[in-house]
Design a protein around this ligand. Structure first.
Ligand code: GDP
Ligand code: IMO
Ligand code: MG
Length: 429
């Protein structure tokens, strides 16, 4: 048996898709356990770029089982569109399994996401406006509609009626928005239901079978540790738990089934949306801008420019503890190729006090300043290197220090978006 969780250790877009796709070569199954179409995972194979939102990053392989677990929220229109898009590229998603316990994103969730964001004004979260938060709100409020309900036309019709009436009240009376028409939503979703039916199953049974047969299972995290509803920079977070613990709850297995946890870490830090970001660079013609333009740091889903900054290794240390990280997969190291000086945050201080933990209070966090170490850059193209020992000394010094501050061994170093632009220090699966 071998199972590995691959998750984001920062604020998302670390390159989870790339690392999952790389590791999937040796895996039998890839399982998403949280989030929904707010994720945007890019996989590049033979210079062709695939942008995945709900589909697990194992879909590019014919023979892998791809699971959307109970912890995922499913937007049927998005997943069906992705399946169609893959078909056009000659990729068959026949091995996709969607949990009958997963919750369904409905049009009113999307509208409420927008209306709630607008109402927050300058305090907005900066969500992807995909209705993810409102869908999880319904799940926790125990009024959500699950995939199994969608599979039963009468049950779905009845639940939709009650929900739509309630949501229309909120949409019109609280926010002054446009209500939805029952029959139109009903017909749209009954249409989706029939197209989704072949993929829907009790994925818990599939998980049991995989483990009983000793198969290799990869858990693909979406979003990231500091977007976690419990452990992130609340309220500037997503509405689910991307952290390692939820790989179990979100896929219906026990913790004994997990062997290793890999934290995917960009060689610097980015964030989309609002919220604290201690190492953010605000320059327009300095290193922050250099990172954004070299790396083309614009959101996969929304196209928004990503906020860029130096690597926050203090955060990473916290992430390592929270997720029991065994290995780091450091991505986008090549983006720093032409950076003469690189900084890394190794701690936070408020005045003379050095912090031991990341404070819960955003008021306290706002006072924190980064403690930086400086590194000389390597000023050379590393994108063609495939062995760790062949990396420039300055690059190795930077990587070793990340590992040291985080307290986690290096597993993978990625030097480009393509599958083969990967340096393996440890076989993880
Ligand atoms: P995810 O959400 O964590 O899967 O990450 P995204 O796909 O949203 O963003 C990561 C971006 O970095 C994508 O465009 C990837 O193709 C790209 N990428 C991944 N690893 C590397 C790398 O090592 N070097 C470079 N230059 N790009 C990378
Ligand atoms: P991947 O899986 C980066 C951010 C949004 C916003 C906050 C809440 O590609 O790394 P939501 O729509 O989830 O309610 O938005 O979370 N966010 C992400 N940022 N990568 C992601 O996914 C994200 N998914 C959500 O920008 O700040
Ligand atoms: Mg992404």
């Amino acid at each position: 048996m071998s199972s590995v969780i691959v998750l984001g250790a920062q604020w998302g877009d670390e390159g989870k898709g790339k690392i999952v796709d790389y590791l999937a070569q040796r895996a039998d199954a890839v399982v998403r356990y949280s989030g929904g179409s707010n994720a945007g995972h890019t996989v590049v194979v033979d210079n062709i770029s695939y942008k995945l939102r709900l589909l697990p990053s194992g879909v590019l392989f014919k023979d892998k089982v791809n699971v959307l677990g109970n912890g995922v929220v499913i937007n049927p229109g998005v997943v069906l569109q992705e399946i169609e898009g893959m078909k056009e590229k000659g990729i068959d998603c026949g091995n996709l399994k969607i949990s009958d316990r997963a919750h369904v994103v409905l049009p009113y969730h999307q509208r409420l996401d927008e209306l709630q964001e607008n109402a927050l004004g300058k305090n907005k979260i900066g969500t992807t406006k995909g209705g993810i938060g409102p869908c999880y709100m319904d799940k926790v409020a125990r009024v959500g509609i699950r995939v199994c309900d969608l599979m039963e036309p009468d049950t779905f019709a009845a639940k939709l009626k009650i929900n739509l009436e309630a949501k229309n009240q909120i949409i019109t009376k609280i926010y002054g928005g446009e209500p939805f028409e029952y029959e139109a939503v009903l017909q749209e979703y009954l249409g989706y239901a029939e197209r989704l039916r072949p993929y829907v199953t009790d994925t818990g049974v599939i998980m049991d079978e995989l483990f009983e047969a000793g198969k290799k299972v990869l858990f693909e995290g979406a979003q990231a540790t500091f977007l976690d509803i419990d452990h992130g920079t609340y309220p500037y977070v997503t509405s689910s738990n991307p952290t390692a613990g939820n790989a179990c709850t979100g896929s219906g297995i026990g913790p004994r089934n997990i062997d290793h946890v890999v934290g995917v870490v960009k060689a610097y830090t980015t964030r989309v949306g609002e919220g604290p970001f201690i190492t953010e660079l605000h320059d327009t013609d300095g290193p922050g801008n250099q990172i954004r333009e070299t790396a083309h740091e614009y959101g996969t889903v929304t196209g928004r420019p990503r906020r860029c900054g130096w690597l926050d290794a203090f955060m990473l240390r916290y992430s390592a503890r929270l997720n029991s990280l065994d290995y780091l997969a450091i991505t986008r190291l090549d983006i720093l190729d032409q950076m003469p000086v690189i900084k890394m945050c190794v701690g936070y201080k408020i005045g003379d006090e050095v912090l031991k933990r990341i404070p819960a209070s955003l008021n306290v966090l706002a006072k924190a300043e980064p403690i930086y170490e400086e590194f000389a850059g390597w000023m050379t193209d590393i994108s063609g290197i495939r062995e760790y020992d062949k990396l420039p000394e300055n690059a190795k010094k930077y990587l070793q220090r990340i590992s040291e501050v985080a307290g986690v061994e290096l597993g993978i170093v990625s030097v480009g978006p393509n599958r083969e632009q990967t340096i393996v220090l440890k076989e993880l699966l």
